[in-house]
Ligand binder design. Structure first.
Ligand SMILES: Cc1cc2nc3c(=O)[nH]c(=O)nc-3n(C[C@H](O)[C@H](O)[C@H](O)COP(=O)(O)O)c2cc1C
Length: 397
């Protein structure tokens, strides 16, 4: 188990001293978690539930953002999100400190809750064999590539780090963690969100403790959040405007619309179909506060961005990406790809080598079907623009 210094907790009298990294933030500068500055009560049900001004959630996007984007959105009155699936406990601690020092407003931390697959040497070897001509073209020795986990599910070690900060909102992708772990999160008063790709998944999440459910339409960028159906059934998933009204009708908890929402008109349409709020990801990818790579930014601004597809070749699970060489050569769906997140390791050096040459051929270019609303403007502006769907004076023309 990783032992970390949790400022304000490990320093309490009576706690055993621990060997830690130096803490960059003075404890006295940290507001107590109970002191969240609340939003504007009455503007929206979701705003009241989460304590935010506008019911606009910046989608957590692992690999393309950290606390800077989340802070910009939370400070603009939306709900900024920190994606944690690719963070070590040490990196998570650093990001939580940045959030705590950067805002008094609520923010969301997001985790995956998949089960790690058992090692499968034969499948891994077959995958490397399939990649070997491409690896060889970049001078990479397939046998020398270390296998790595890629993305880790939420667990007690991460919950230990989180608990000291008591983040007000915690969201999950791929279902919910096991009951005892979820009880820990709910025990400090966090509101819990998770993505559903079908009405059945929405009902399951509601029955198992979600305070609000994110309806993830088929348009959405990044990984599909399904957890009751298999990867081969992604073809049966619905677009947002078919899924949303059915979910609103079936659920009692607020439903948040995700997939293709980049401006106030789309948010207003989702609102008209019963959405309590929206979660937008792709819209923020070009913001200066995002860490989106240069090749990813270039692809988003090119004609290629109109062509996206679901692919499992980057991680082992279906996710929506702008179509590139990797997807054309290997997939977009390939039954030989190791189970999530196992496909990541062998692709990583290929991606790095290509990106070093300024090429996006082997990079996951996660994006939703509507990249037209991507703008290289501060995240606060994107947030305010989408939030206009909830302004009493209506959407500016
Ligand atoms: C680059 C990228 C990375 C993503 N990573 C995550 C993630 O780490 N966790 C998560 O819950 N959802 C993730 N998603 C999915 C979003 O939660 C959301 O469903 C999606 O962004 C909504 O569709 P849109 O991109 O069209 O706005 C990601 C989406 C994108 C575009």
């Amino acid at each position: 188990m990783v032992r970390l210094s949790i400022p304000g907790v490990d320093d309490l009298p009576g706690q055993a001293p621990a060997v830690h990294e130096p803490c960059p933030a003075p404890i006295s500068s940290m507001p107590p978690p109970a002191a969240w500055r609340r939003g504007s009560p009455g503007v929206s049900v979701l705003g009241d539930l989460l304590g935010i001004e506008w019911p606009v959630i910046q989608a957590p996007m692992a690999g393309v953002q950290g606390s800077a984007l989340a802070l910009a959105v939370s400070n603009a009155g939306g709900l900024g999100s920190l994606p944690c699936a690719m963070l070590t406990p040490e990196a998570l601690l650093k990001e939580l400190l940045a959030l705590r020092n950067g805002t008094e407003r609520p923010y969301n931390v997001n985790f995956f809750c998949h089960r790690m697959p058992p090692p499968d040497a034969a499948r891994e070897a077959a995958w490397r064999a399939l990649l070997s001509p491409h690896l060889a073209a970049y001078g990479i020795d397939a046998a020398a590539i270390a296998s790595g986990p890629g993305r880790m599910p939420f667990d007690d070690t991460l919950a230990d780090v989180l608990e000291a900060f008591k983040p007000p909102v915690v969201s999950f992708h791929f279902g919910l963690p096991e009951p005892a772990l979820l009880a820990r999160v709910k025990g400090w008063g966090a509101k819990v969100l998770s993505s559903a790709t079908s009405v059945d998944e929405g009902l399951w999440l509601q029955a198992h403790g979600a305070d609000a459910v994110i309806a993830q339409g088929l348009e959405a960028g990044g990984h599909r959040g399904h957890f009751l159906s298999g990867d081969l059934e992604v073809g049966t998933h619905s677009g947002l405007f078919a899924l949303l009204p059915q979910m609103v009708q079936a659920l009692r908890v607020p439903v948040i619309a995700a997939g293709g929402v980049t401006d106030a008109r789309a948010a207003a349409a989702a609102r008209a179909l019963g959405a309590a709020g929206v979660q937008a990801g792709t819209a923020y990818l070009l913001c200066p506060e995002a860490t989106t790579s240069a090749v990813h930014r270039a692809a988003l601004q090119s004609g290629a961005a109109v062509s996206t597809a679901l692919t499992n070749v980057f991680t082992g699970r279906p996710a929506r990406s702008i179509v590139n060489t990797a997807m054309r050569e290997l997939g977009p769906m390939n039954p030989q790809a190791p189970a999530f997140p196992g496909a990541t390791a062998a692709m990583a050096p290929l991606r790095a080598a290509a990106e070093a040459l300024g090429r996006s051929d082997w990079s996951p270019l996660w994006a939703g079907q509507n990249a037209s609303g991507c703008r290289a403007v501060p995240a606060a502006q994107i947030t305010r623009d989408i939030a206009a769907a909830w302004r009493p004076q209506g959407i500016p023309r």
